[in-house]
Design a protein around this ligand. Structure first.
Ligand SMILES: [Zn+2]
Length: 293
């Protein structure tokens, strides 16, 4: 038996179509034929046999199947639920959004991720409350007003087919409406497809949260990769964390890099990071964009 990341695995070999497991008894190792019923690999039973996916393996050889399970069990996840606030003027929202988060995060790191998600949800709520404007739904949120000053490039999301885009305020509204869609897609499902993986992304000072760009408008999981080292960085305060997460989720909403000045995917999250304040010429944008993927 070998141990990888505290998990125990049996060493298997196959010969003439049969599987053998390496056993240790009376001071020596020997190969013992393996059958599914006698398999002591708890992980295998839990992840594969119970799902009845491995009927073939049970009859033939467990080696391949066990290898799969081994791979799987190196990344174990548990489910977390984040309550969804209720912005004015939006109905049909779920109570929670949920994520499969990797077990390898410490409790403290997991709490920071939850805080970051909640902070982004608060930004989303504030935007919609201000836009709702007591029922007229024509208000300009702090986020839209700030982004309108700075964003000039890559305004269109990948799923937007029309040529024209009216103005940056409309783009910000579109992004937040798309985010509403992603929240509904996540929270109203009976399963939880969004994953939060631990990924060390380069140097500690570069990259915090990573997400893939998409051109799809519906059924896009809010999956992210998070640099655990960065979560322990005291310079990553809650605004920086929220901005980094929001940038990653803008990728999921259809907007794309580059993560530089004037681009929507940079300027909109930077407004969150500056608390919607104007830029200070003494503070370069790289102070913020270094936390983007
Ligand atoms: Zn990016």
């Amino acid at each position: 038996m070998i141990t990888i990341n505290k998990d125990k695995y049996y060493i298997l070999t196959s010969k003439n179509g049969k599987c053998y497991v390496l056993k240790y008894k009376d001071g020596k190792y020997y190969w013992k034929p393996l059958t599914s019923t006698k398999s002591k690999c708890k992980k295998h039973k839990k992840t594969c046999l119970k799902k009845k996916k491995c009927t073939k393996c049970q009859q033939k050889c467990l080696k391949k199947c066990l290898r799969k399970c081994k791979k799987k069990s190196l990344r174990d996840y548990h489910t977390i639920k984040i309550p969804v606030p209720k912005p004015a003027g939006i109905s049909g929202l779920p109570e929670y959004i949920c994520f499969q988060i990797e077990d390898s995060f410490t409790d403290q790191q997991e709490q920071r991720i939850k805080d970051g998600i909640f902070a982004v949800l608060a930004v989303w709520k504030k935007h919609h409350d201000q836009k709702w404007n007591g029922g007229t739904n024509n208000g300009t949120s702090d986020l839209a007003a700030c982004t309108n000053i700075y964003a000039r490039k890559n305004l269109k999301p990948a799923w937007y087919r029309r040529q024209d885009i009216p103005n940056v305020k409309t783009v910000t509204n579109m992004a937040m409406d798309q985010f509403t869609q992603l929240i509904k897609d996540n929270g109203l499902k009976k399963y939880c497809p969004a994953k939060i993986k631990a990924e060390e992304i380069g140097d500690i000072e570069v990259g915090t949260i990573r997400s893939l760009s998409t051109s799809k408008r519906f059924k896009v999981p809010l999956s992210i990769g998070v640099n655990p080292k960065q979560l322990d960085n005291p310079r990553l305060n809650i605004s920086m964390l929220a901005g980094s997460l929001f940038h990653a989720w803008l990728h999921r909403a259809g907007w794309d890099d580059p993560k530089t000045t004037a681009y929507f995917i940079s300027e909109c999250p930077m407004c969150i990071m500056r608390g919607y304040q104007s830029k200070n010429p003494a503070v370069p944008d790289s102070t913020y964009t270094k936390f983007f993927d």
